[in-house]
Design a protein around this ligand. Structure first.
Ligand SMILES: Cc1ncc(COP(=O)(O)O)c(C=O)c1O
Length: 475
């Protein structure tokens, strides 16, 4: 049967089905156990089955697993499949390019697609972001940005945010402060000059501020704290060369900062001569209803990090900076001091070009903005119906989160409910993921092409799940 991408879920077996189970058992014999989410142990402990399904193929918003079950993907496979899985133009670009040139020599003998992609990135990014360092993962783009800031300012420290997720390579992990357990075993390998400050989440205000604090008050408090950190007696100004921030925190729980916060960071960076790095690895390429989330606020960073959706499924990323900042590296004298074997891989660059052309020619950012508003309204209705369990609808565009709480008064996060709902949705054919520092947010970063019927059936599943699942919070 051909997969159209527009099917409603078709679940024929238990989830996971027998074929998935057998393959995951097989995988467990040869993959590091830290990696694949084999959670049957948790099933024994909590009664919730979490073993993975194994994917066979995907199209549009649909995933088919090895048991022949069809799911609707509302994760975008980690926000990568913005245009949908197996998009025709991206597949054609990959086929065409793989017949011409699959691999070149990044910094020594570049392939043509790399040249075209760097030019295109300079064209579509805001302001004067003109010079790229390509990479193969979000982590590598962040590390390129942090290295650039260190070279430019002579200061290798940075300010980053609690709940921020920038990747797990040891360079990027220094900035990541999503959950402590990701950092703890490696602390000795992380940059000790990166300082973390609270993110201005107006639903859970930092510094013991009251829930009644306005978003502007929360934003001002965090900005003042950063200024103090940079001016205090043990002055961070001597070691800090950059501020790195996600314009909307993704894995941290789809948390958008108050309006004006990014502008406040821009002003601090200008005052203290810091490099402002926006990590748009999650938010970039149309996800929030603009090509890049920073455009909504009209604030341009010195370096923009992108990845995820950029390669249409091929591992591809970039740190794109202002000419003056990137020029601090100096000219390559024959051996590039920052490169990698696969940098500017022709296949990935050709796919990245197809992604950009499709987003621009088909007007996807504006379409995502409109679609995001419709979906948000529907979620707000659901939030009112389940006001004891849903604390807030978060995010922007098609980067949305349902914040689950045990008690709307105390706002105590309900990670258990998010996990149980994730499981419930999967059993009913919808793939979603929890996010947030307590795993309390049901995150939606779907392909942009999810149909009305697919959304409608999802709202029904979610509504039933919220009705049926036991309430772990206040009576
Ligand atoms: C904002 C952000 N930055 C960086 C990363 C790391 O990207 P990667 O996993 O490709 O290294 C992620 C991944 O989720 C992300 O969401």
């Amino acid at each position: 049967m051909t997969l159209t991408g527009e099917s409603l879920p078709q679940i024929k077996t238990a989830i996971p089905g027998p074929e998935s189970e057998a393959r995951v058992d097989d995988l467990a014999r040869s993959e590091c156990p830290a990696i694949t989410a084999r959670r049957s142990r948790r099933e024994r402990e909590s009664g919730v089955s979490q073993d993975p399904i194994v994917w066979r193929r995907a199209k549009g918003a649909n995933i088919e697993d090895v048991d022949g079950n069809i799911f609707v993907d509302l994760t975008g496979a980690f926000a990568v499949a913005g245009l949908g899985h197996g998009h025709r133009r991206i597949v054609e670009a990959a086929k065409r390019q793989s017949e011409e040139l699959i691999h070149a020599m990044g910094d020594v003998y570049p392939g043509e697609p790399k040249i075209a992609l760097c030019r295109r990135l300079a064209e579509i990014t805001p302001g004067e972001l003109t010079h790229s360092i390509l990479g193969l993962s979000g982590s590598s783009a962040v590390e390129a940005a942090l290295k650039t800031a260190a070279i430019h300012t002579g200061r290798s420290g940075a300010i980053a945010f609690w709940g921020g997720y920038h990747g797990l390579g040891t360079g990027a992990l220094g900035a990541t402060a999503y959950r402590e357990e990701f950092r703890r075993p490696f602390v000795a390998q992380l940059n000790p000059q990166i300082q973390h400050v609270p993110f201005p989440d107006s639903y859970r205000p930092p510094f013991g501020m009251s829930f009644n604090a306005s978003p502007a008050e929360v934003s001002d408090a965090v900005l003042a704290h950063i200024r103090e950190t940079l001016s205090g007696p043990a002055t961070a100004a001597e070691s800090v060369g950059a501020i790195i921030v996600e314009p909307i925190q993704g894995r941290g729980g789809e948390v958008a900062p108050p309006p004006g916060f990014l502008q406040g960071l821009r002003e601090i960076c200008d005052d203290f001569e810091l490099v402002l790095i926006f990590d748009e690895i999650y938010t970039g390429f149309g996800r929030t209803g603009a090509m890049f989330a920073c455009e909504t606020e009209g604030v341009t960073p010195d370096i923009l990090c992108v990845g995820k959706a950029m390669g249409g499924g091929f591992p591809l990323s970039a740190a794109i900076g202002r000419e003056e900042v990137m020029a601090s590296w100096g000219n390559s004298s024959g051996e590039a001091i920052h490169t990698s074997t696969f940098l500017g891989n022709p296949l990935g660059c050709a796919m990245g070009l197809a992604v950009i052309d499709t987003l621009v020619e088909e007007g996807w950012p504006a379409r995502v903005a409109r679609r995001g508003e419709q979906i948000r309204k529907r979620l707000e209705v659901l939030a009112r119906r389940h006001s004891q369990r849903i604390g807030r609808i978060r995010g922007r565009g098609l980067m949305l989160g349902i914040e689950l709480v045990r008690d709307p008064q105390t706002r105590e996060p309900d990670g258990e409910l998010a996990l149980a709902l994730t499981d419930y949705c999967r059993h009913h054919g919808y793939l979603v993921l929890p996010s947030g520092r307590h795993g309390q947010v049901l995150a939606l970063s779907p392909p942009f092409v999810v149909t009305d019927a697919q959304w409608q059936a999802f709202f029904e599943v979610l509504d039933r799940g919220l009705e049926k699942l036991p309430h772990s919070g206040a009576p």
